[in-house]
Design a protein around this ligand. Sequence first.
Ligand SMILES: Nc1ncnc2c1ncn2[C@@H]1O[C@H](COP(=O)(O)OP(=O)(O)OP(=O)(O)O)[C@@H](O)[C@H]1O
Ligand SMILES: C[C@@](O)(CCOP(=O)(O)O)CC(=O)O
Length: 513
Amino acid sequence: MAKATIVSAPGKVLLTGGYLVLDRSYKGLVVAADSRFYTIVRSISDVVSVSDKPVVRVKSPQFLNGLWEYEVFASDVAQITLRPVESSQAKNPYVESALVNALEVAMSIVPTFHAKLGNGLEIQIVGANDFYSQREQLAHQSLPLTTESLKSLPAFCPTLTNISSVHKTGLGSSAAMITSLVGAVVSHFDAVQLPKRSERPTEGAASDGMRLVHNTAQVAHCLAQGKVGSGFDVSAAVYGSHSYRRFSASVIDGYIEKQKTPASVPSNGILSVIDQPSNTWDNEIEQFALPPRFNMLLADIDAGSSTPKLVSQVLAWRKANAEEAQVLWSKLGAENSALEMHMRELASVAASDINAYNTVVDALAKENAALWSSSLPATNDGKKRRGSPIRDLFMSIHQSFQRIRGHLREMSDLTNVPIEPEEQTRLLDACLEVPGIIMAGVPGAGGFDAIFCIALSDAAREQVEGVWKSWTEMAVAPLLSRESNAGISRIESESDVPGLSDALHSISEQPTQ
Ligand SMILES: Nc1ncnc2c1ncn2[C@@H]1O[C@H](COP(=O)(O)OP(=O)(O)OP(=O)(O)O)[C@@H](O)[C@H]1O
Ligand SMILES: C[C@@](O)(CCOP(=O)(O)O)CC(=O)O
């Protein structure tokens, strides 16, 4: 079998900065998940009978009808057009956009592109189970909706449905999929270098490769979505956890508009957008990691919300109420920055004295976070005792995040958009009753999609999962994802990823309907 190029990219959780991060004046704190997409690219070595053109065949074995096959037409000016081999094939604009843009980049950079493309490419794409709700799969196996059941599923489990009907969990499947697909295609042509697993280059060829893949994936994602978003999800898929300031929409919106009327595309094409001087791409990435023993837990809420609808309503309110919005946006932005600063300080304190840090965590993990300040014994003269600087930082983080939630509820009230709806407030408050839960909130755009909690101990994790299990107001399904800082990476071999070979070779392909 032809040698495979494998590239992987993670999902994301936006801890702070929902809505604000759409505006370059504010930053968002995005944490990468250990749930990842994997794209495997091989050259087709056999003669393809379906066409005399090169063919790109994309398979998503987790889905019914997860097969897209295209003939590739390449113009002299490195413009790629894909034509579906079967006209009845369902469209997948995200896959198409990633392929077109990645092939254009490869063709613009690699002089031997046509020879390397040969008969075409065979591509497989799989995403970790957490990207898609496993409710149906568990019901199919008569298993309860628990972490134990989820752990018993094979990796990259079939979803038993079409891609258009699958329930997503908010981890950013389209951004992680596009990023891994773009990364795998351009790497396959040796157009760029990407870091191997656990390498985090800050300079050199791999860092340049990440920049080009990032810029290409942002363009591809915006073209597929039909609009220029904040791009934090693609950024997390490339760079892992970080605090993010978006790129100015003007960096790509001219190109996006031109792509809608292809005849007018400038002959210098995609490289003129993705390989501009670094000061043109003005996105800012500052690496970030949760402090030690901060265990991020996620749950999917069955009710669900439409993010584009929430965003358009909030932005419409902001436009109509500029002054009031400015006040709210500035105080929320300031609180988001304060939280990030406290977490960075805490991580650095932990690095300098891990024993003292662990002693504080062990004590706090046994107490309800709201009582951390009041549980300090009074001094002899009856005054409130100050905690240790480490304990104070933990308290500041808890209190700061509670203020952030307060501002989000204010945003909900003012905009009449359910960002932290009352149902979610009740659930989050119940999670915070568990000793050792330092933060509980709605990630990203909020609504009825998901919640996250940060637990300081295994006991806290188990107890909060108990709260979810017994919650009756909404169906709360645990996810298995945890934080992992890593961004895009190149994988040497299928066998390096548990379950990947089985998923690619032994999942009996799902029938087409
Ligand atoms: N495994 C996959 N194979 C091929 N395409 C996929 C796969 N997973 C996702 N996609 C593409 O991504 C699209 C979903 O994008 P959409 O923007 O609706 O979701 P999202 O906002 O990324 O969702 P979420 O954040 O909940 O994961 C699908 O319709 C499909 O085009
Ligand atoms: C509301 C918004 O700021 C965040 C949406 O985050 P999520 O997709 O709900 O994780 C939109 C965006 O930044 O693209």
